[in-house]
Design a protein around this ligand. Structure first.
Ligand code: TRP
Length: 327
């Protein structure tokens, strides 16, 4: 019995943080035993917003693959590859672009949002508008059944189904309809209490040393109304408590939930306890990382080997597509 196929990708945007780890990578790792998984570095997608400055892209790719592998993603079980090493994605992107109506792309919510958000670069480009067509090609070329993504990616997945359906209507049944695999996980606050995000500079990174993590947690924002140790606090609005609920045992959370409200424990006590659990959780990943950082050849080999495997599948689908389109 053949396993169902899972595909997902990530743009190489730099060091990954706890939000990426809990929101995506933990899930990717769990899926590797149950499905035939393809995970890739979307370096062409990174160009849609950062085409002018490509100086950091290779560093980012390497850092990201080290982060991936350190979580326990196993290159023997999953196909890890880089989009730009599988040119078949670009060919399918071109073919799908022929039958994709422009208004479908213009109404994608991320299109307008990012366009308004990014002010320092010319964003009115052909490539940027075509972002979702490229993503559709990424998914359809592997005939993926499931795509693990966050809610923000649902419109892209919906569009992928529409693009695939249109192709099938025009040329014959080739593409199965990919379904999202949503990860439910609590929103992770950063050290300043806002959502953990690279652009806010409030992240705890997977690659941070235990010392760096200790510093960040000790400086973390707690209930802003709790100024002095004797002030009672409110765990419901405390970003530190949000992290407790993820990383600390339930007994500790129950304890904090009572004691904080009557100033029975201080924020520093809670920070120390959180650190104990957070560092223990990250320790196996940091150990795996140590073996990887000094071996750049191994990282390159894994990406090349994965890309070679991915190409076999992609080329097969492309041959079917060419046949269906009578090219
Ligand atoms: N758009 C995705 C993101 O920014 C990355 C991506 C590109 C992707 N191609 C994909 C995700 C295909 C899933 C499947 O996170």
């Amino acid at each position: 019995m053949s396993k169902k196929r899972v595909l997902s990708g990530m743009q190489p945007s730099g060091l990954l943080h706890l939000g990426n780890l809990l929101g995506a990578l933990e899930n990717w790792r769990k899926l590797q035993d149950q499905y035939e998984c393809y995970y890739f570095i979307a370096d062409w997608h990174a160009l849609t917003t950062n085409y002018a400055d490509t100086s950091k892209i290779r560093t980012h790719v390497n850092e990201m693959v080290i982060d991936w592998l350190s979580t326990g993603l196993d290159p023997e079980k999953v196909v890890l590859f880089k989009q730009s090493l599988v040119p078949e994605h670009a060919v399918l992107h071109l073919l799908l672009s022929m039958s994709t109506p422009l208004p479908w792309l213009e109404r994608v919510p991320t299109y307008k949002e990012k366009m308004d958000q990014i002010q320092d670069r010319e964003m009115n480009t052909y490539g940027f508008l075509g972002y979702p067509v490229l993503q559709a090609a990424d998914i359809l070329i592997y005939k993926a059944h499931f795509v693990p993504v966050g809610v923000d990616q649902l419109p892209h997945l919906e569009l992928t189904r529409e693009i695939g359906r249109r192709f099938d209507q025009l040329y014959g049944e080739i593409f199965p309809e990919p379904q999202p695999l949503m990860t439910e996980y609590p929103k992770l606050p950063g050290t300043d209490g806002r959502k953990m995000s690279k652009s806010y500079g409030n992240t705890i990174n997977m690659s941070d040393s235990p010392e760096a993590i200790t510093k960040k947690v000790m400086a973390m924002v707690t209930d802003p109304a709790r100024v002095r140790r004797n002030d009672p606090g409110n765990p419901d609005v405390c970003p530190l408590f949000a992290l407790d609920k993820i990383f600390a045992p339930k007994e500790w959370c129950d304890h904090v939930n009572v004691e904080c409200r009557r100033a029975g424990i201080g924020c520093v006590d809670d920070k120390k306890e959180l650190l104990k659990h957070l560092l223990a959780y990250l320790k196996p990943m940091q150990e795996r990382r140590k073996e990887l950082v000094d071996d750049p050849k191994r990282i390159t080999d894994i990406i090349h080997e994965g890309s070679r495997k991915a190409r076999v599948v992609a080329a097969q689908t492309l041959a079917e597509v060419n046949e269906a389109m009578k090219l």
